[in-house]
Design a protein around this ligand. Structure first.
Ligand SMILES: [Zn+2]
Length: 118
């Protein structure tokens, strides 16, 4: 981890200006960045640290809630947007990112993460 003064805005993996506009402090920005980095690692290589699909689903959900907490958003699974981005998830990406379906999860029953067969 780099020291605060060496961190530039472009080092962050999220909209840091928007975060600051929501009153998020610099230490919170660093914590959020660490969570985003870890989240993206899990999304790319879900079984690097976890053995089962359920563990991966649970840890992604926990990080989505934690990020909502930092962003000062309501804690609601309806607004989660990373669960279907995990590698090898077979749920439809387009439909799940479409605001028309906001709050609803479009599940592919053949998905090993979300189809209920894990
Ligand atoms: Zn899925």
């Amino acid at each position: 981890m780099k020291k605060d003064e060496e961190m530039k805005d472009e080092d962050f993996s999220f909209n840091v200006d928007y975060a600051r506009s929501r009153g998020i402090t610099e230490p919170e920005l660093l914590a959020m960045d660490a969570i985003y980095v870890y989240l993206f690692c899990v999304l790319r290589k879900p079984f690097h640290q976890f053995d089962t699909h359920k563990e991966v689903v649970d840890v992604i959900q926990a990080m989505e809630y934690t990020l909502q907490l930092f962003w000062k958003f309501p804690l609601t699974a309806e607004k989660h947007s990373y669960w279907y981005q995990v590698a090898a998830c077979r749920c439809p990406k387009m439909d799940n990112s479409d605001p028309m379906y906001s709050g609803r999860r479009i599940i592919n029953m053949d998905c090993e993460f979300h189809g209920g067969k894990q």
